[in-house]
Design a protein around this ligand. Sequence first.
Ligand SMILES: Cc1cc2nc3c(=O)[nH]c(=O)nc-3n(C[C@H](O)[C@H](O)[C@H](O)COP(=O)(O)OP(=O)(O)OC[C@H]3O[C@@H](n4cnc5c(N)ncnc54)[C@H](O)[C@@H]3O)c2cc1C
Length: 611
Amino acid sequence: RDIRASKVFLDARQVEKGYDYVIVGGGTAGLTVADRLTEDGKTTVLVVEFGVLSDASSITTVAGGFSGMGDSRYMYDINSVPQINLRNRTTRVMAGKVVGGSSAVNAMMTVRGTAEDYDRWGSFFSSNSHWSWKGLLPYFQRALNFVPPNPDVTASANITYDTSFWGNTSGVYAAWPSYQFPSTTAQMNAFSGIPGVPFVRDSGSGEPGVYWYPTFMDPKTVLRSYAKTGHYENVKTRTNYHVITSSKVTKIILDGTTATGVTFVAAPASGQPAANAPQTTVSARKEVILAAGAVHSPQILQVSGIGPRSVLTAAKITTVVDLPGVGQNFQDHPIAQGSFQFGRFPVKPSADEARSNRTFATWSSQVWAANRTGPNSIATGNAAAWLSFPVISTRSAQLADDLAAQNHAAYLPTGTDATVVAGYKAQMLSYAAALRGNKTAFFNNVLSGGSASGITVDLHPLSRGTVNINPADPVNREPLVDYRALANPLDVAIITDILKFTRRYYMNNPATKDWSPRELSPGANTQTDAQWATYITDTLSPSEFHPAGTCAMMPRELGGVVDEELKVYGVKNLRVVDASIFPTLPGANTCQTVYAVAEKAADLIRYGVPT
Ligand SMILES: Cc1cc2nc3c(=O)[nH]c(=O)nc-3n(C[C@H](O)[C@H](O)[C@H](O)COP(=O)(O)OP(=O)(O)OC[C@H]3O[C@@H](n4cnc5c(N)ncnc54)[C@H](O)[C@@H]3O)c2cc1C
């Protein structure tokens, strides 16, 4: 079929029959890799993206940080399966469906995990793996263009940073609002009321603690900076870089066990393509690169016959490579719901004034209109606490012992392959060590800058979910997303201690006691372990919109899907480069890590394994 029959094709040229590389998904990782591979002006790349190209203000606007995710035109419409440990509640599965992917709709928090988070990845292979903090730091530096905050704000808010952890060559910016509420600094300082809480100079240093972090924002335009602006728009004159939008990849074409291309169909603006939509085929002379995100990359592997045989057989798909890990090991950061409020918050102006004080709101609008400065240049804020378990809890050693001694298989779905169980056990032993130590953050509280508390997050959940094709219609229906929240009962204990520490910060802290703190939920009646467990069951949200792990980079005997070069086991010329390769979540929002992984992936593709 002639591709010119399709309505949308950027750069006004038709998709060619073949490219050196075909990248599935024009999101965060896909566009990063496409940019790097086409830098030489010769290597040809086609990116196939389900969503459209958009400049909507819901995507570009920085203020508040949430307008992108609220625009359903650019989000997939997926709900999780009912969560049996959360009273059968379902959860919206958030993922961007637009050029730029989730980087176009995320909350713009620019953070990375601790050094130990990335050393853990390599540890599943060997003690000298190039997947380590040391191996990734150059890619964190390449991934973002760090522009320091302006000196006035730096001084007045007491922002600290250290440019040695950053670079300044990328087209994607890590920059700072031109304003901070003094209340945010006060909330940060209030952590000094709790012994043992470290304060860290720079968010990129790989240490847990309380720190400032930048925003994915272009400092000149004060608009969102993301994969589309930094890895496509700025280089779109390259004739060797093609993108086709509104096109859903339906399958990887395999010649035996060698990937040779993909098929795709025209995708409507909303919903899924018709089952009988005509298929287009494009071939990849060198490789097919999967970058469809942690929800869709495993779906595409499974529909192509690469995955757990039992899942494929149930969906009447012929198994080409029996790879039990595909779609397993699914992780996201659960949000623990606690709500606190300062009745008398004397440090002003605070984020409350932006909402309730008309004079302040008018001033905000005026300075924004005049020169794009002021509170409207703040996305979701720039300060948070990321703390290790011994800092927040007195029972870290006990929980670590309990975790190490578990029968780990009991917490995975019945019938899980022995290799996947072995990988899970390796992860849990690594987490047991992390629970005892001070180098992995488990607790995260994002500071609101106002009288209401910000969100509290469990950075290293123990439970593992699944993302498997829907046997009723594997290609045309969204996959079945099951967080399996709280499947590992020790998650309840960890989240209990996370919430108890949040309570301590707000309610029992010499540094906040004069601010008339109040606990709105769970409330003082929640005290015993059983009461906490009930509260968590009733209120936990299993997702901070950070899906990961479903095509894990682990040894094959540990249930891995890709090797250290991100090549899919058992298949030639096929790699995965997005958040699905994270074997374990970093203790941070995931976007910066996706950029770093994609930068490293591009080097692995171009130059092979580092020597
Ligand atoms: C609402 C929200 C808020 C977030 N907030 C933050 C934050 O503040 N800070 C942070 O660090 N992280 C945040 N994240 C997480 C972060 O944005 C993601 O982890 C990251 O962008 C994922 O990158 P990716 O390349 O793996 O996938 P994506 O960027 O999602 O890219 C996948 C792409 O593949 C396309 N695709 C999927 N299936 C197909 C198919 N069959 N054919 C063709 N194309 C396909 C999709 O449309 C998409 O464009 C947030 C995420 C969301 C959704």
